[in-house]
Design a protein around this ligand. Structure first.
Ligand SMILES: C[S@@+](CC[C@H](N)C(=O)[O-])C[C@H]1O[C@@H](n2cnc3c(N)ncnc32)[C@H](O)[C@@H]1O
Length: 442
């Protein structure tokens, strides 16, 4: 299954199956129509007790299906109506249909899809379009007309994990705590709007000095956040599809789900919605032991395979300025020169994730923190000064990256730090006004 389609299927599952009766039903039947294979389904359907069956589009002769997954949407209206009629026929009255269809360039007419569904006795519950990958999926969720949407029995819970580690597996490195670097970025860049993906207790979100938004499906705040800071209790992919102006930021910290496909999507979205001069910081790029880099967590110190994101950006985005920093416990990657118009990662998302997942590792050079820059000292000071100046001067992405590179190489004398970044704050103050004060746990 393509990486982007799998992400979409997982989103369908999280929003419509997780915590609901279908998840506890014994041997719930999942029929995949025109899907080619059920490769990847086990990742989307991790909980519960599901049986998977593959069916041909022309003869989806199974049923009643608790969940039907259809991998295609015909172009012609009469064929769409026929497809929906077939799918409706195989669906249990309390079942749900996930349609994940390649768009192949054309955007489907949602009103037409809803009308065809209605003729076949189905309600279009929700739909979205994905900009990732060559196929740029159209995703629709449908159920029998008038059937009530089952309510999740429990509020969403964090991903459970069992720790099986030795002290060696938990060893950490780094010469300065990563939150010291975040605090410095807030102080010296004075962002108009700070966005944090993955906040947990709020220990890093609390460092924001101005308007800020933190996104986490399972926030467990233990810190009193400043008035200008909002919390959005959602997974980042929901947030980036739904949350309008709150997505726009000029400083972002990516520390959510530690799997490369999620961290890459988070970076792509941060960049796409970035304000001019934006800087992104990615946590956990430097596992200290291979056990910490496992995709399935079994250590307290867990980086997952976010190290692959650093390698992806090195390989596919030479235009960006990338600065791996030797922070504790698991390294930070500072990224500057963000270009909201860049399509490379969006267009090639599926092949990039497939290739990256095949890279063996984490490589020795990453475990040994080779080529990593000290987060204190002249080199980093020069980069910070260059970023400050370039942002204040409204430099374009390529210019920001070039100036940061030159600064790191010692080619540019740093300008003195401005006494206050009030100008930049005022310039973007309308963003703060749009975000409003107070928290939103919606
Ligand atoms: C390492 S913690 C964040 C720590 C915090 N940034 C700090 O430095 O104090 C990772 C957080 O990411 C959250 N998370 C997991 N999946 C996510 C997703 N899809 N979108 C956003 N956050 C996610 C988890 O709930 C968890 O609270």
């Amino acid at each position: 299954m393509r990486a982007s389609s799998l992400q979409n299927l997982m989103r369908c599952y999280r929003r419509h199956v997780a915590g609901r009766p279908l998840e506890t039903k014994p041997a719930a039947l999942v029929v995949a129509v025109g899907a080619g294979s059920d490769d990847g389904f086990d990742q989307a359907f991790q909980a519960g007790n599901f049986r998977f069956v593959l069916a041909e589009p022309e003869a989806p002769a199974f049923g009643p299906a608790d969940i039907a997954i259809c991998g295609m949407l015909p172009a012609a209206a009469d064929e769409i109506a026929r497809t929906f009629a077939d799918l409706s026929g195989l669906l249990d009255p309390a079942g749900i249909l996930f349609l994940l269809a390649p768009r192949n360039g054309a955007d489907p007419d949602r009103a037409g899809v809803a009308a065809a569904a209605s003729k076949a006795g189905l309600d279009l519950v929700e739909s979205w379009t994905d900009e990732r990958g060559a196929s740029r999926d159209f995703v629709a969720v449908l159920r029998a007309a008038g059937a009530p949407a089952p309510v999740a029995a429990s509020t969403a819970a964090d991903h459970p994990f069992t720790v099986e580690s030795t002290p060696e597996m938990e060893r950490v490195g780094g010469s300065l705590p990563y939150r010291d670097i975040l605090a410095r970025l807030h102080r010296e860049l004075a962002p108009a709007h700070y966005l944090e993906i993955g906040i947990r207790l709020g220990a890093s979100l609390v460092l924001a000095g101005g308007p800020a938004t933190g996104v986490d499906p399972f926030p467990k705040l233990r810190h009193e956040l400043p008035a200008g800071t909002r919390v959005v209790a959602k997974a980042s992919d929901d947030f980036f599809l739904e949350d309008g102006e709150a997505r726009r930021a000029d400083l972002a910290f990516i520390d959510g789900m530690h799997l490369v496909e999620n961290a890459l999507s988070d970076f792509m979205n941060v960049e796409r919605w970035s304000l001019p001069g934006a800087v992104a910081v990615i946590d956990d790029i430097l596992p200290n032991h291979p056990a910490q880099a496992a995709r399935s967590r079994h250590t307290y110190a867990w980086t997952g395979d976010v190290w692959r994101l650093m390698k992806i950006l090195e390989a596919y985005r030479p235009d960006l300025f990338l600065l791996p920093l030797d922070t504790a416990p698991t390294g930070l990657l500072l990224v500057a020169g963000l270009d909201p118009g860049s399509r490379v990662l969006w267009d090639r998302y599926d092949e990039i994730v497939t290739a990256a997942l095949a890279w063996p590792g984490p490589p020795e050079e990453i475990l040994a923190r080779g080529g990593v820059v000290p987060p204190v000292g002249d080199g980093f000071d020069r980069v910070m000064a260059a970023l400050r100046d370039a942002r204040a001067g409204g430099a374009a992405p390529a210019e920001i990256a070039a100036r940061a590179r030159a600064a790191l190489a010692g080619e540019v004398k740093p300008a003195p730090a401005p006494e206050s970044a009030g100008g930049l704050r005022r310039f973007f103050s309308k963003i703060g006004a749009l975000l409003g004060a107070g928290r939103n746990f919606g």
